[in-house]
Design a binder for this molecule. Structure first.
Ligand SMILES: C[S@@+](CC[C@H](N)C(=O)[O-])C[C@H]1O[C@@H](n2cnc3c(N)ncnc32)[C@H](O)[C@@H]1O
Length: 217
């Protein structure tokens, strides 16, 4: 995972502009990017942590709602791309960067008012997911909320891939990586919310992406 996303860092945003090695029609990604951006622009408050922030793509939507933003990712090259975006958006005084594995890095309890996690949960096994939420609930304030953006499962997706398993990913230069990936239907995210004592406040189900805003119960 680390080496795949490190090597993909410079081409990662291709996904969001409908370019690159992707199976679904590029127009589908463009539509879902617009819808999820609209949802993210209504999300976030106080100190937000963007977990596995990658290039920080969603920041342009949520940043204006936040008084502080922590951008965390384990990939050095992803954080380098993210820093370029922060500078372009003029947000350098608002943010701090943490390089590390979210499941391992030390974070203060009850620090964050909101958290966003994009396309990480789909790379975690159920055991890792449990640990993710255990940690998330410690670092979130008691009224903190969470936005999850991830990959949608549906008939269209089923034409190209399995709902869960090891996938081969190909970079623009042809290098190949194997990664674990699972896809989510709305019912999967409802189950996840229930398992960890959250409730769904709003939801967008697209063809490529699915997004939910969760509040603690
Ligand atoms: C598919 S990208 C998503 C980037 C961003 N969240 C977005 O929505 O555009 C997944 C990111 O998760 C990071 N990552 C994977 N596992 C991680 C972990 N355990 N802790 C922190 N970052 C992780 C990768 O380095 C990569 O940048």
């Amino acid at each position: 995972m680390i080496s795949y996303y490190n090597e993909r860092a410079e081409e990662y945003d291709d996904l969001y502009i409908g370019k690159g090695h992707f199976t679904l029609d590029p127009g589908i990604y463009l539509k879902d990017v617009t819808k999820v951006s609209e949802m993210a622009s209504e999300f976030g408050n106080g100190h937000l942590i963007d977990i596995a922030c990658g290039s920080g793509f969603w920041m342009f939507s949520y940043a204006r709602n936040c008084s502080r933003i922590t951008l965390l990712d384990q990939s050095e090259k992803m954080l380098k791309e993210c820093k370029k975006r922060v500078e372009k958006l003029g947000l350098i005084n608002l943010v701090n960067f943490i390089q590390g594995d979210f499941l391992e890095v030390m974070l203060e309890d009850s620090t964050f008012d909101s958290a966003l996690v994009g396309f990480l949960l789909s790379h975690l096994t159920i055991e890792q997911e449990k640990f993710f939420f255990l940690k998330l609930k410690k670092i979130l304030k008691s009224n903190g909320n969470l936005m999850v953006i991830d990959s949608a499962w549906n008939d269209e997706r089923q034409k190209y891939t399995k709902k869960e398993g090891i996938q081969e990913r190909v970079l623009n230069d042809g290098r190949r990586f194997k990664i674990y990936k699972r896809y989510f239907e709305k019912s999967d995210l409802e189950g996840m919310a229930h398992r960890y004592n959250f409730k769904i406040k709003s939801c967008y189900v697209g063809t490529a992406f699915i997004a939910v805003i969760l509040e603690r119960v």
